[in-house]
Design a protein around this ligand. Structure first.
Ligand SMILES: [Zn+2]
Length: 105
């Protein structure tokens, strides 16, 4: 899974969340915009780059507690909806993996 693909997944999830929860139409609200930039930046800064191991095994906990909570809400809301809309195996696997990473403390 490349960084670009992971960004794509995260962006989609934030869009679903923002449109559904914050009633936005096209653009994200400023809060979600901020979350997206934050998540992208974390990926850009990931020292493993495209070769990064499963995030589940990653020793680096790169999200602050505040952002972790926000992204957790997004995943909780958008995860099941994305699986429904795009029943692609890798995507499903990916979301489960991301959920695992952010929900473990
Ligand atoms: Zn929003």
């Amino acid at each position: 899974m490349s960084i670009e693909k992971e960004k794509h997944v995260i962006e989609k999830m934030i869009v679903i969340y923002c449109h559904g929860k914050h009633r936005t139409k096209d653009d994200l609200c400023s809060e979600c915009q901020r979350l997206k930039h934050y998540a992208f930046k974390r990926l850009d800064l990931c020292p493993f780059g495209d070769n990064k191991p499963s995030c589940r095994k990653c020793p680096i906990h790169c999200y602050t507690p505040e952002m972790k909570e926000k992204i957790r809400q997004v995943m909780k809301y958008s995860g099941p909806r994305m699986i429904f809309h795009a029943p692609v195996e890798w995507l499903k696997h990916r979301i489960e993996e991301i959920l695992d990473r952010i929900t473990e403390d």
